[in-house]
Design a protein around this ligand. Structure first.
Ligand SMILES: [Zn+2]
Ligand SMILES: [Zn+2]
Length: 255
């Protein structure tokens, strides 16, 4: 089984830390594991986040509480890890926060190193970090948030910068649903994924954090993705070793 979206964050880059992820992958029958880092962890991408920190005190604190690193700190470490032997296929990549108009910077940075896998994710809607806390949704127009989310995703797909779309419907994370029918949107997005040759993640991250939310894509979205012949990859979205491979067996059954 494959887990294509696992975050290394919250630790220093050491071989011991990698071993913890690999050991858990082996225990969970994962034979291909892709470790990724968020772009918001690196100074190299800081210019993408200027509107984010202005949006609210909460987001300002969220962004700056992290220890921002140089991307080379990560890539130098990958170079060292790639020299070692592991019992599974170990890949390295980035989960890029996609922002419209930032394609040039993203293109330059993701091609500054030989990454195995680049995930493009919509996390921000015109400054609003929709997956960070429920309270931030209180004054948000839900229909507009959904429209913007999928408009931004269209641009993400059309940019052809990414191998996969991360958690394509994580906008549902706090249970807010739009008043309009999403099926035409699902069909449009799935068609674009096929046209531009990008994979769709079947990602268990939202369900792992909020188990009242369905596991993976909405059934109608998954149906559209399958009908369009889009390649689907399974992803736990683990942020710590003990969550590697979580829900993957169940997600595999759906694809
Ligand atoms: Zn994400
Ligand atoms: Zn992630």
């Amino acid at each position: 089984m494959i887990d294509m979206h696992v975050h290394l964050e919250f630790a220093d880059y050491t071989f011991d830390w990698i071993d913890k992820f690999v050991d858990r992958a082996v225990a969970m029958n994962i034979d291909t594991l892709c470790l990724v880092e968020h772009t918001h962890q690196f100074k190299d991408f800081a210019s993408m986040y200027t509107d984010i920190v202005k949006y609210s005190d909460f987001q300002y604190n969220w962004y700056y509480k992290k220890k921002l690193r140089d991307l080379t700190e990560y890539t130098d470490f990958i170079d060292e890890v790639r020299k070692r032997k592991y019992p599974i296929k170990l890949l390295f990549g980035l989960e890029v926060c996609y922002f419209e108009g930032m394609e040039k910077l993203i293109d330059e940075k993701i091609h500054s190193y030989n990454f195995d896998h680049i995930i493009g994710s919509v996390h921000w809607l015109d400054g609003f970090g929709f997956d960070l806390n429920r309270k931030a949704w209180e004054n948000v127009d839900v229909d507009n948030a959904y429209r913007r989310h999928f408009e931004i995703m269209e641009k993400l797909i059309e940019s052809e910068l990414f191998d996969a779309v991360g958690h394509p419907d994580s906008i549902k994370i706090f249970g807010y649903t739009p008043s309009y029918d999403l099926i035409p949107t699902y069909n449009k997005i799935a068609g674009l994924m096929k046209k531009h040759g990008i994979c769709a993640e079947q990602n268990g991250g939202v369900h792992m954090k909020h188990n009242e939310i369905e596991l993976g894509l909405a059934p109608e979205f998954l149906k559209a993705v399958k009908e369009n012949g889009v390649k689907i990859i399974t992803a736990s979205d683990a942020h710590r070793p003990e969550d590697v491979g979580r829900n993957i067996a169940e997600l595999v059954k759906t694809i």
